[in-house]
Every structure is written in structure tokens, then in C-alpha cells.
Design a protein around this ligand. Sequence first.
Ligand code: SF4
Ligand code: SF4
Length: 172
Amino acid sequence: MATIQVSKKYAFKWYEKFYFMSISAGMWVTLKHFVKSAFLRRMVTVSYPENKKVLSVRFRGLHRLKRNEKGQERCTACYCCQWVCPADAIQIVAAEVPPERQYLHPEDKYAKTFQVDLLRCIFCGLCEEACPKGAIYLDGGLPMPDDSRDKLILEKEQMLEPKGGPAIGERL
Ligand code: SF4
Ligand code: SF4
């Protein structure tokens, strides 16, 4: 069996084995932040939720499903977003629009259920880009931590904007 010779050039020096440099660098950063917040009153963290940072215009938040100008659900359950999602985070069940609900939908098919699993989602924004109807946007605010996996699956009712709700791009 062949043996691989590891060059001595890449071997650790004796003092590197004690991680002094790395530990000291980490402690220096901690000390700087401690001095700033304790003595100079320059907080390095934000007291959320009392204080909120201004979000970048490119920030991607929670998913929202939009309505058109007539107040109808834009989503027509075409599955484009589900197919394009690299994390397999979207699950849609399509159904035919019943006659009594036709005024709520622009076409004869709609998303009976629409779920987004936030534990799988990587907030890549591909679903938003792929949607031919402009129905899904990631402009719904910050994803919040929770103590239950079930609560981190967004249902259609949670994502669907209320009638007369905020305009596209406007954050909740
Ligand atoms: S943002 Fe990306 S990962 Fe999340 S649901 Fe949309 S396509 Fe999937
Ligand atoms: S959100 Fe858009 S891409 Fe996804 S199913 Fe509805 S219409 Fe199709």
C-alpha cells in the first residue's frame, strides 16, 4: 500500500498547537465589545424587539401571497414556485374553483392549501422570481424563532394578504 508523505511545511508549529493566537484574538474582540457597551455606551447589539434596525431594500423576509387590484388571489396554483424551490420547502394542493368562490379567483384553478416550511427555506427568492402571476413575495417581515416545528410551517391563511392590504414591496 502506498503511503503519502505530508510535507513538514504544513505541520503546526509548537506554539500553534496551544491555540494562543486564536484564543487571544477572540478574547480581544470580546473585550473591545465589553468596553464599548459598558463604558462608552456604544451598544454593539440591538435590543430587539424594542429597537429595530432599518432593513435593507434587498432584505428577504417571510413569504406573502398577493391579491390583484380586484382583491382576488393572484396565485393560480401553477406549481412553478414549488418546482423551482431548491429546498423543497413549498407544498401546494391545487383545486378547481367552486362556482360560489369564482369571484375570489381570476382563473378556474386555485391553491386549496399552500404551505412554506421555514425550516427548509433558504430564502433564495427563486419562488418570487419564478412566479408568472406576481403572487408570491418575500416581503413579509422577519422570520421569528419558535418552540415548535409545526408553527414554522406557514399556511396559506397566514401568508395571504388581507383585502386592501399593503402594496407590493411595502413591509408589514
Ligand atoms: S425562498 Fe427559495 S428556498 Fe424558500 S421557498 Fe422560495 S424558492 Fe424555496
Ligand atoms: S405562487 Fe405563483 S408560481 Fe407559485 S403556484 Fe402560485 S401562481 Fe404559481
